[in-house]
Design a protein around this ligand. Structure first.
Ligand SMILES: Cc1cc2nc3c(=O)[nH]c(=O)nc-3n(C[C@H](O)[C@H](O)[C@H](O)COP(=O)(O)O)c2cc1C
Length: 228
């Protein structure tokens, strides 16, 4: 592949990836999954520490985890998160982006904002990994620093883009980070493994309106500034 062709391929992947929240009932072969992990392993990291890892949750463990998370969500059983994700309070400019993303999803799914039950039902799907054939929990060693989360984020994006390249869809599930203790207990993980997020992977249901949501981005000039 020439340098120019590579750029086109990468741009098409980056443009084509979007969060997928409805999947076909079709398995992802183990060897294909293995290839995605191998590609994600090539992500760079400071001092090549390669922080973070994935727990592939299957079978009875997945049933146990989904049941425990769904129960915790229904009961409103809040627990301290392992790490701080969103600012609290959320600055207004960021709140607007958060609301826009949520509204785009709700509009696509035909959910009215005042319909709390429908919104809760949609949100509860996070805890079933959106019924995707592949359910992953992303974890990181508690001793690692903030920069290591950045490194691990590159690995996550690598995994998502590798999935896109294979025609697979994916969705990050930060909602899982609200229940780290529930997750550690259900999966029998050691206390020093912090829960970063979940990840759903599978074949996108192209007929599902939720999967057609296209989110906005800042213009390049709004996030790059120049000093000379
Ligand atoms: C680490 C991470 C966590 C996320 N958590 C959730 C989540 O809990 N639930 C959800 O529906 N989407 C989640 N998303 C998807 C984001 O809402 C989505 O990436 C964002 O709105 C941009 O849309 P796009 O992925 O379609 O480009 C998450 C994405 C990332 C990268």
């Amino acid at each position: 592949m020439t340098a120019g062709e590579g750029a086109g391929v990468f741009e098409a992947l980056a443009e084509g990836r979007r969060s997928t929240r409805r999947f076909l009932d079709r398995p992802v072969p183990d060897d294909l999954l293995e290839r995605l992990f191998a590609a994600a392993r090539r992500a760079p990291s400071g001092a090549n520490l390669q922080p973070g890892g994935f727990v592939l949750v299957r079978g009875a463990a997945r049933d146990r985890l989904t049941a425990a998370l769904t129960e915790a969500f229904r009961a409103g059983a809040a627990e301290p998160e392992d790490y701080s994700y969103f600012p609290d309070p959320m600055p207004m400019a960021l709140k607007k982006r958060q609301v826009a993303a949520a509204k785009a999803l709700q509009d696509a799914a035909g959910i009215r904002r005042e319909d709390r039950a429908a919104r809760d039902a949609q949100f509860a799907r996070n805890f079933r990994f959106f019924d995707a054939p592949v359910a992953l929990v992303a974890t990181i060693d508690a001793r690692l620093g903030t920069g290591c989360y950045m490194d691990f984020g590159m690995c996550l994006y690598g995994l998502m883009l590798a999935a896109t390249a294979q025609g697979l869809g994916s969705c990050g599930i930060g909602a899982l980070a609200s229940y780290p203790t529930v997750i550690r207990r259900a999966l029998d993980l050691p206390d020093d493994q912090l829960v970063v997020c979940g990840l759903a992977i599978g074949w996108p249901d192209e007929t599902a309106p939720e999967n057609a949501v296209r989110t906005e981005r800042l213009a390049v000039g709004e996030f790059v500034s120049v000093r000379e």
